[in-house]
Design a protein around this ligand. Structure first.
Ligand code: DHB
Length: 315
């Protein structure tokens, strides 16, 4: 990949990115057409939908609903199965940006099978191991089970030389942040993505007196504006607690350049866009990039590092 000349460039897992933002593993990144559209957009990475060993249809519809301040979803991991994301890898090379594959096995054995095989593919640059899908019926989020998280990471370390990161659920208690950070600091992780959707919210339509999505009795992951303060808190706390060589990728409620700047102040090395990407399509990346650069220039910053992690707090 060419060297990038841009005063606001960043890097993740050793890859230089042409800007601060890319898609979240979530909406519009499942099919080859969607991944190509990301390649053609200003998203600085192409990140796939979380894959499983076998293709999945996902949960019954309606399973995504736009809300006034965000979204609720219970997609249930619809994806084409990991072999397709291997097949797509050489086709995405021409966009001259990293291709990351999100992996969300339904068991440790599935994760090991997928990661072993994906590790052999030269055109796959890194993994994001999803420890936080809230929507598979009967499967708890691994990231809330510290013992299981440790076991998964111990095993993954042994089988891949590719850089990888983990996508975490939101935490709400300082003891949990500390416990998770202690585990992550002991592993050779390149990045941490936080947060996944806030799991198992319930949105009620008072007119119809009905939940707005069908799976799981209407319970689903919240995204968008509702979750931004929780996402910022998670980024900030992990920035304080993690080794400095572990990059933090912020996600949760970013819909403007100013939102992205708030994540930069909290220590994020890059941000991902989910709900706003679902709502606006690929044009969202160029819009937020432009707003972000204009905001930084207005404040007379010359690099991201001048603002990164520099959130002021009361003495
Ligand atoms: C799904 C939702 C998530 O929050 C996630 O991390 C992975 C998959 C889903 O329901 O498809």
């Amino acid at each position: 990949m060419n060297e990038i000349k841009n005063k606001f460039k960043t890097s993740i897992a050793g890859f230089q990115l042409h800007n601060y933002l890319f898609n979240a593993s979530g909406p519009r990144c499942m099919t080859l057409e969607e991944l190509i559209a990301l390649g053609e957009s200003r998203s600085s990475v192409i990140l796939s939908k979380s894959c499983t060993l076998l293709p999945r249809e996902g949960n019954p519809e309606p399973r995504y609903f736009d809300l006034p301040l965000g979204s609720i979803n219970s997609m249930g991991l619809p994806n084409l199965g990991y072999k397709k994301y291997v097949e797509f890898a050489p086709l995405l090379r021409r966009y001259n940006k990293p291709y990351f594959v999100s992996v969300s096995g339904l068991s440790l054995a599935d994760n090991i099978t997928m990661i072993s095989e994906l590790s052999e593919v030269p055109e796959i640059d890194a993994f994001e191991l999803n420890l936080s899908c809230p929507n598979v019926i009967g499967k708890p989020q691994i990231g809330y089970d510290f013992e299981q998280t440790k076991q998964v990471l111990d095993e993954v370390m042994k089988i891949t030389k590719k850089p990888f990161g983990v996508k975490l659920p939101p935490y709400f208690d300082f003891v949990h942040f500390e416990e998770m950070a202690k585990i992550l600091n002991k592993h050779n992780i390149a990045f941490v993505t936080c947060i996944n959707s806030i799991g198992n919210g319930l949105f009620v339509d008072a007119d119809t007196e009905k939940a707005v999505i069908k799976p799981k009795g209407g319970f689903g992951g919240l995204g968008g504006e509702y979750v931004k303060p929780t996402a910022l808190a998670n980024v900030k706390k992990f920035y304080e607690l993690l080794r400095k060589d572990i990059a933090i990728i912020g996600v949760g409620g970013i819909a403007s350049g100013m939102d992205a700047f708030e994540f930069l102040l909290c220590g994020a090395s890059a941000v991902q866009i989910a709900t706003a990407y679902q709502k606006e399509g690929t044009a969202v990346f160029a819009r937020i990039e432009k707003e972000f650069i204009e905001f930084l220039e207005k404040k007379e910053y010359n690099s991201l590092s001048e603002a990164k992690g520099k959130l002021k707090i009361y003495e």
